[in-house]
Design a protein around this ligand. Structure first.
Ligand SMILES: C[S@@+](CC[C@H](N)C(=O)[O-])C[C@H]1O[C@@H](n2cnc3c(N)ncnc32)[C@H](O)[C@@H]1O
Length: 332
């Protein structure tokens, strides 16, 4: 019997590592190892794909059948009774240990220099690659909302609006995911200085022709980009920055946008002076307890300010979790 165990300590929770394991496999997210060997030279995913998260018992991944699954803890794959491998997540003081164990029936002396050696090289690489992916700055909210936002972006941007400037890009997860799913997009993620390195750790894996280097854009002292964009996208920013910064951003929009460009705001908004849900109300209270000038903006107030700057509301889409996706078109 050949039994090989590899471990790595990842500075993250088991819940953060789990989705990367669920999507493993050639023709899926890849094996995060040497892709030219086990993924037809196609790069393993650098993002979590929501469509690959439903891995169930008895499902088969590249010939390996999933025979045991304990949520956020354990996955056991098997080929008949002669080979199995297990991923096991154990909570540790400084993060989570990811353990990968391979067991193969047969003479160890024969298996070790052949299968064993190859497995050792591939497995070490895989664990390191998972660690790299998981230890980047991570927003769980981005993972929850990215698929719904992508569908709206496809609908609204189509192929007409290709050059997008993102205000408050956060971690960069959105930029990477959207450009991976819309090959015509050219995206410039922008944020305050302290976020740029983290954004780069995500977007450096995007097709180079599609994502620009993260751009320093701080509403406290903004530098207007040299080029103009077809669209400005900003998710969950207007309620974070102070109200006067939101107004300031609106003032700047015409300087960043093409004559026929559009502005897309995603996030929670109030209507007719009321919250649209209890959770939004609680969220607003929490925001204001941190910074009394932050808080969920009134849709009517925003629309009026936008109109004064030459933008009319083209669409107001309802989104999951009481969020909205607002589309403003610049008056030509
Ligand atoms: C809640 S996060 C949203 C991040 C990302 N768009 C998302 O949807 O996950 C708010 C973002 O606003 C950015 N932000 C805060 N103050 C800012 C300022 N003065 N100028 C520009 N961006 C700012 C933060 O750095 C952060 O990336």
């Amino acid at each position: 019997m050949l039994r090989m165990e590899h471990k790595i300590l990842i500075a993250a929770s088991a819940e953060q590592i789990w989705p990367w394991l669920l999507q493993l496999g050639t023709g899926r997210a890849g094996w995060y190892s040497y892709d030219w060997i086990d993924n037809f030279a196609k790069n393993s995913f650098q993002y979590i794909e929501p469509d690959l998260q439903s891995l169930n018992l008895e499902d088969t991944v590249n010939g390996f059948k999933l025979v045991e699954k304990i949520e956020n803890q354990k996955l056991v794959f098997q080929i008949s009774s002669w080979l199995n491998f297990t991923y096991y997540l154990k909570e540790r003081a400084r993060g989570t240990e990811l353990q990968a164990t391979l067991q193969v029936k047969g003479p160890r002396l024969l298996l070790m220099p052949t299968l064993g050696l190859a497995h050792d090289i591939m497995q070490r690489k895989q664990l390191k690659e998972i660690q790299k992916r998981v230890e980047r700055p991570f927003s769980a909210a981005c993972e929850r909302n990215k698929k719904a936002i992508l569908l709206k972006l496809k609908e609204v941007l189509g192929t007409k609006f290709q050059r997008v400037f993102e205000v408050g890009a956060g971690t960069g997860q959105h930029a990477l995911y959207f450009t991976n799913h819309m090959c015509n997009l050219h995206w410039t993620p922008a944020d305050i200085a302290s976020n740029l390195e983290g954004i780069d750790s995500w977007v450096k894996h995007a097709p180079q022709s599609q994502v620009a280097k993260p751009y320093l854009f701080d509403l406290n002292s903004p530098k207007i980009p040299d080029i103009k964009f077809d669209a400005i996208y900003s998710a969950n920013v207007l309620h974070i920055v102070e109200k006067n910064k939101t107004e300031f951003l609106i003032d700047l929009l015409p300087k960043i946008l093409n004559e026929s460009g559009i502005v897309l705001f995603y996030g929670p908004f109030n209507y007719n002076g009321s919250y649209t849900s209890d959770t939004n109300q609680k969220f607003d209270q929490w925001l204001k307890s941190r910074d009394p000038e932050s808080g969920i903006r009134d849709f009517e107030w925003l629309s009026e300010k936008m109109q004064a700057r030459g933008f009319y509301l083209e669409n107001d889409f309802a989104m999951p979790a009481n969020n909205r996706f607002l589309v403003f078109q610049r008056n030509a």
